[in-house]
Design a protein around this ligand. Structure first.
Ligand SMILES: [Ca+2]
Ligand SMILES: [Ca+2]
Length: 199
């Protein structure tokens, strides 16, 4: 608790009760000692630290800052014709994983596993710089990255860098939906070679 002075009342200020401060201040009279208070804490649900309000005190510095979160996602698909682009009729890959990292290589949340539609998404992100690492199910190989100029259709996963994308920066409120990974299944070629001659 942070005591401003010998006060007649104490209250917990929160984002939900801004009018409570004004009400208590208006109906009391006393001295004011200026002091900066610790403000809202996201870990405590937006509540400030508890403080004591003196009679007549007018507190005008109880502020709350906020930012819009960001999101990233899109598609892991079967690049059946191996052209590195999302072509008509190419379906999603289920069972692929997308893992989000900060630019400092710190994993963010749990990996996302794609369903039959191949979609994945990370939401409620703090604006900043990230990259995604894709892992395809057994039997799939990553298709070449960054083919052409259409970021909605190309693959961003680098086959030469363990399926990682390049870093990208998410701004407040941004929803980035062009971070994709294409994969294809290798064909099997082979047959019986050799025989045993019988006399
Ligand atoms: Ca394709
Ligand atoms: Ca893309």
């Amino acid at each position: 608790m942070v005591a401003l002075n010998q006060a007649p009342c104490a209250l917990m200020a929160s984002l939900a009760t801004p009018l409570l401060l004004a009400t208590n201040s208006a109906r009391q009279s006393c001295i004011v000692r200026k002091r900066r208070l610790p403000l809202g804490d996201t870990a405590s649900g937006g509540k400030s630290a508890q403080f004591t309000l003196a009679s007549g005190q007018n507190v005008t510095h109880m502020d709350a800052g906020a930012y819009q979160s960001a999101s990233v996602g899109d598609f892991v698909w079967n690049d059946a014709n191996r052209d590195g682009l999302q072509s008509t009729g190419e379906a999603g890959i289920s069972g692929a994983t997308a893992t989000l990292f900060t630019s400092g290589n710190v994993q963010v949340g749990a990996p996302q596993t794609t369903g039959v539609n191949g979609a994945y998404a990370f939401s409620a992100l703090t604006p900043g710089t990230y990259y995604v690492q894709f892992t395809l199910p057994a039997g799939y190989t990553l298709t070449p990255k960054l083919i052409g100029t259409d970021t909605c259709r190309d693959s961003d996963a680098d086959p030469a860098d363990s399926g990682k994308t390049s870093s990208f920066t998410l701004t407040a409120g941004q929803s980035l939906s062009t971070v994709d990974a294409g994969g294809y299944q290798g064909a099997t070629v082979g047959d019986f070679v050799g025989w045993i001659a019988t006399p």
